[in-house]
Design a protein around this ligand. Structure first.
Ligand SMILES: NC(=O)c1ccc[n+]([C@@H]2O[C@H](COP(=O)([O-])OP(=O)(O)OC[C@H]3O[C@@H](n4cnc5c(N)ncnc54)[C@H](O)[C@@H]3O)[C@@H](O)[C@H]2O)c1
Length: 314
């Protein structure tokens, strides 16, 4: 089968391309990416067909989707603070972009579409763990755009019979996730600082908690979904129900790195949620065979990747 990955040059996308290429059922992987936050070098050595440009470009979408069987839609501006700084840009890329992808999938003859939503849609709803049936309460333009993403998938299933799977990612981490920029995620930002001997910057008191998922596990679930054409009009949490505070994460990082990790506290971020933890019953039902990589092992693999990266910098 032929699979298109939008946003395939990004962190999760490039890890997914590797996982897809390892499946005997997958004969071709195509990537459509405008390289706004992704890097072409993330795909070095991989036998993928690359279509450079935006999901807002209909002609390019048609070119990439012709003759394909499935789309994994990951392209988005993926950050809460970025969306607070520029809400319209997030809306165009994430909400309008998803609609364009769904329309192109329809034009191409009804391709299967799995797409990335986010745990941020639960927002101000403080109940834990987060069940997919709970009220959504987005606290940022990014979260609104992700709610639009998953809602459009559901609507296309109901209106046009499109095979869809909206997946709510929680905090994904692992190799290829970049550190040194203003919107860096917490694991790479912390690892980069700690390996460099700098204190890690904690926004708020560090008591906020997250359900961390190793990127290899995420890629395994999505590959399974594509190959078995797993369909759900309703969103599915893609996390395994663990809950780790940032202070616990820093402690574990110190153990993994074999060195104490210093920290510096700054003001909390606007639009940030306090606690996050998935209910994974629906995920387990659809993907009973997937065994997640534990946090410690995932951190070890990620630290290893960071060390190789730092060794390459003169
Ligand atoms: N990393 C996480 O913890 C996390 C959590 C929840 C949801 N997600 C979602 O998962 C997806 C992948 O995130 P990621 O962490 O790999 O981020 P990423 O920034 O590494 O990947 C996003 C990719 O999309 C591309 N892109 C952005 N706008 C585009 C456009 N208009 N046209 C074509 N390509 C475009 C970027 O160049 C990049 O390669 C995103 O949809 C994100 O919202 C990620």
């Amino acid at each position: 089968m032929r699979v298109v990955v939008t946003g395939g040059a990004g962190f999760i996308g490039a890890n997914l391309c590797r996982a897809l290429l390892a499946r005997p059922e997958v004969t071709e992987v195509r990537v459509l990416d405008n390289l706004s936050t992704g890097r072409k070098s993330n795909l070095d050595g991989l036998a993928v067909t690359f279509h450079e440009g935006s999901i807002l470009d209909r002609e390019l979408l048609d070119e990439a989707f012709t003759g394909a069987d499935a789309v994994v839609h990951l392209a988005a501006l993926p950050s809460v603070p970025r969306s607070v700084a520029d809400p319209l840009a997030s809306h165009h890329a994430n909400a309008t972009g998803t609609l364009e992808v769904l329309e192109a999938a329809r034009r191409a003859g009804g391709l299967y579409v799995a797409a990335a939503s986010s745990s941020s849609v639960y927002g101000a709803n403080r109940e834990l763990p987060k069940r997919e049936t709970m009220r959504t309460a987005p606290m940022s333009p990014y979260a609104v755009s992700k709610l639009a993403t998953e809602s459009y998938l559901g609507a296309y299933h109901h209106c046009y019979g499109t095979g869809v799977l909206p997946l709510r990612f929680f905090n994904v981490f692992g190799p290829l996730q970049p550190a040194g920029h203003a919107y860096a995620a917490v694991v790479p930002a912390f690892l980069d600082a700690a390996l460099d001997g700098r204190p890690v910057t904690v926004q708020g008191d560090g008591g906020q908690s997250r359900d961390f998922t190793y990127v290899g596990t995420v890629a395994q679930v999505i590959s399974e979904a594509v190959v078995r054409r797993v369909v759900s009009a309703d969103p599915v949490n893609l996390a395994f129900g663990t809950r780790t505070s940032l202070l616990e994460l820093i402690e574990l990082m110190g153990e993994v790195l074999g060195q104490p990790v210093e920290r510096a506290h700054v003001d909390p971020r606007p639009g940030d949620v306090r606690d996050s933890q998935a209910d994974n019953a629906r995920l387990r039902e659809l993907f009973p065979q997937v065994v997640p990589v534990p946090l410690r092992e995932g951190l070890e693999r990620t630290a290893e990747w960071f060390r190789t990266l730092q060794a390459r910098v003169p």
